[in-house]
Design a protein around this ligand. Structure first.
Ligand code: PLP
Length: 415
């Protein structure tokens, strides 16, 4: 179970809206810090734990600065994400580049920033060497394929485009070492939005065993093992969040059991979690502007799937509450929809909610990861503003809403 609480009262929200009209995303700084600390605490036993926040979840410099203040770094997978990280003051080895199908300019930027590069393929050693030069530290992304029994936690790695096979990864470290790379990491990212604690233990076990095997065969000393992201968000009120202290303790036991005997006792643990950090700390706030009763009952918002695509894209559940009606009984059933000319532009289908009146403020929960970030302009929809609810209660505009001029900026009407 987890409680779905919006941290702002209806009155305060109406005050905010006078300045920043709906729809907008608002992030709760306190919650972001809590999530970062929970992760850090779970791994306080590890020699040098670091969370590299996956920038793609919510790419905003203000949020990155919070991550930095909590001792975190970034995980980037595009040139603009690298630049964003740099501009937020996160540079050097605090940046992890975990990209795939990587273009040369991205490698060049990563090298110039001194970022740690995770290579997605064995051929990228040569590509990187040719286009940007080889760094002193290098990491490879492992795809366990069917080396591990396929199960419903890690799905089917053989179907995933990412990473190197087990055979390749041994060659990759050998080649990199021969080419003069001195420091090494190991990476994987095999689970996504996972709420089952065992998923993380399984990942750690696979990776620790692999690291131990590589150490024995190639005498490679791992500076870090990056266990990827994938910590799930309990989107539904009845979902249980990941038990991070339990996971941290379990991974510690595996570390002692598997890594210590091969003298990997200083190997740092890294995560590159995105969703878990900002997801539950973000809310999409919209107003009900229409109520429609045909074959079903609809509530139309001033937001649409351009503001939050997950429900339309994956049928994802996002909890919805109505400001000021948090304790009202949910005895109405609505489809809560946006204005896009796409019938799947629905935030919720057949959702039990309190009676909604036109003018009500609708809070869509857990929208802080892959929410605004996945926004788009299809159908002439403009991306909304992003606000930050600071720890002292102040609200700061951290990205203005797009205007029509922004929308037209890339067009040429003259010829
Ligand atoms: C998206 C992504 C992450 C973060 O995943 P979350 O599910 O947000 O924790 C980490 N690493 C890589 C390579 C990714 O693509």
């Amino acid at each position: 179970m987890n409680e779905k609480i919006f941290p702002i009262s209806k009155d305060k929200l109406e005050e905010i809206i006078k300045k920043y009209p709906t729809p907008f995303h608002i992030y709760d700084e306190k919650k972001i810090r809590q999530n970062l600390r929970a992760l850090k605490d779970a791994f306080s036993w590890a020699p040098a734990f670091k969370e590299h926040y996956a920038v793609k979840a919510a790419p905003n410099p203000y949020l990155l600065k919070i991550v930095k203040e909590e001792g975190g770094g970034t995980d980037c997978s595009s040139l603009p994400e690298l630049v964003l990280s740099e501009r937020a003051g996160i540079v050097g080895e605090d940046i992890m580049l975990t990209s795939n199908d990587t273009p040369a300019d991205e490698f060049q930027k990563a090298i110039s920033l001194g970022a740690v590069i995770n290579l997605d393929d064995i051929t990228h050693i040569e590509y990187l060497e040719k286009n940007a030069g080889l760094p002193k530290i290098l990491s490879f992304r492992y795809n366990p394929g069917d080396q591990v029994e396929g199960n419903d936690i890690i799905g089917k790695p053989t179907e995933a485009k990412y990473g190197l096979t087990k055979e390749q990864i041994f060659d990759a470290y050998r080649i990199a070492k021969e080419k003069g790379v001195k420091r090494f990491g190991l990476h994987t990212m095999v689970i996504s939005n996972e709420l089952r604690n065992e998923g993380f233990l399984l990942t750690a076990k696979i990776m620790f065993n692999l690291a131990a095997e590589i150490k024995k065969k190639l005498d490679i000393d791992f500076e870090f093992i990056n266990l990827g992201g994938g910590i799930g968000v309990p989107y539904r009120p009845e979902d249980n969040p990941v038990d991070l202290p339990f996971v941290g303790k379990g991974i510690k036991e595996l570390y002692n059991e598997i890594l210590s005997p091969v003298n990997l006792t200083h190997t740092a643990i890294k995560f590159e979690s995105g969703r878990f950090i900002t997801g539950p700390a973000g809310f999409l706030v919209a107003r009900a502007i229409h109520e429609k009763h045909t074959y079903k009952d609809y509530i139309g918002l001033d937001a649409c799937m351009a503001n939050l695509m997950r429900p339309a894209l994956y049928g994802a559940y996002h909890h919805i509450t109505v400001a000021g009606k948090e304790n009202a009984s949910c005895d109405y059933v609505y489809d809560v929809v946006g204005s896009l000319c796409e019938n799947n532009d629905k935030f919720a289908i057949d959702r039990k909610l309190p009676k909604i009146d036109v003018g009500d403020l609708i809070i869509i929960h857990d929208a802080g990861a892959h929410g605004h970030a996945m926004g788009f302009n299809y159908n002439g929809k403009l991306r909304s503003a992003e606000l930050l609810l600071k720890e002292n209660g102040e609200v700061k505009l951290i990205r203005r809403a797009e205007t029509m001029d922004d929308y037209f900026a890339t067009l040429n009407f003259d010829e």
